[in-house]
Unconditional design. Structure first.
Length: 251
């Protein structure tokens, strides 16, 4: 029990016992009121209209988190960029979906979006989109990072006709590696379809002819050698999420 700072208690004082009795009566009352309030609060929470399985307070929290996440992805929240001279050659990390052969000349990108007819895109089509360069940190979830200069088209420019969907799924031509991404991250200005690295055309082991690079996710989402892009309202499968990593893999 908390005592007022100016109220001194002397245990030899005959009035001590009386004071204590009075106090415990008071604290018993306080506790009772507290318990009643807690019970009323609990009943109130239980009677709030629910949405699906998520109870009211949790649902409010999720809605709050969603709003917070949305506000993260405004153009003003860009990852830091570095001077071009700081760019280094990144290590080749991961060759899932890259072990089968590929002829870059006959490469095509397959694009599907809901009921929309599937279409085939060439590298020339991508090269016609506004070219963007960025020197940013390439961060692997394993704990290393390296500054790289990338060139490509914004996925946002490529996906202009598909922004109503909730997700983008990307896969290698052989389906051996695949990633899922939420639409706000896909539309982030630093999410690029890259065809060049450090001033050179992309090498095969770094994802030629076209790879994803994004500053809002760990490297696991930056899929190399994209063969297929699907715009969808269902959360797309993700190679590393299926192996225990966080589906969002956000930075
Ligand atoms: N197709 C494909 N893309 C991939 C991977 C992979 O195994 N296969 N590994 C990812 C991981 S874990 C990282 S960190 C980056 C590494 O890109 P880099 O090899 O160009 O450095 O690619 C990502 N994209
Ligand atoms: Mo990685």
């Amino acid at each position: 029990m908390r005592r007022k700072p100016d109220e001194r208690v002397d245990e030899d004082d005959p009035s001590f016992e009386r004071t204590m009795r009075r106090r415990s009566r008071r604290s018993f009352l306080t506790m009772g009121i507290g318990a009643a309030a807690a019970f009323a609060g609990w009943k109130w929470l239980r009677t709030r209209p629910g949405a699906g399985e998520v109870p009211y307070p949790l649902r409010r929290m999720l809605e709050f988190n969603e709003k917070l996440a949305e506000s993260y992805f405004t153009d003003s929240r860009l990852a830091p960029t570095f001077p071009r001279e700081m760019a280094r050659e990144p290590r080749v990390n991961g060759d899932e979906g890259l072990r089968s052969g590929i002829d870059p000349a006959s490469w095509r990108l397959n694009v599907v979006g809901g009921a929309r007819e599937a279409r085939t895109v060439t590298l020339e089509d991508i090269l016609r989109l506004p070219r963007v360069e960025m020197t940013t940190e390439h961060k692997c979830i394993e704990g290393w990072s390296v500054i790289v200069n990338w060139a490509g088209a914004r996925l946002r420019d490529f996906a202009a006709a598909y922004t109503a969907y909730r997700y983008v799924g990307l896969a290698t031509p052989d389906g051996g590696y695949y990633v899922g991404m939420d639409m706000p991250s896909a539309l982030h200005p630093q999410t690029l379809l890259c065809y060049a690295m450090n001033g050179e055309p992309l090498s095969l082991e770094h994802g030629a002819p076209l790879r994803l690079v994004t500053t809002v996710k760990y490297g696991i989402k930056s899929i190399k050698r994209i063969g297929k892009i699907a715009f969808t309202d269902e959360r797309p499968p993700d190679f590393w999420a299926e192996r225990g990593y966080d589906w969002y893999a956000g930075l």
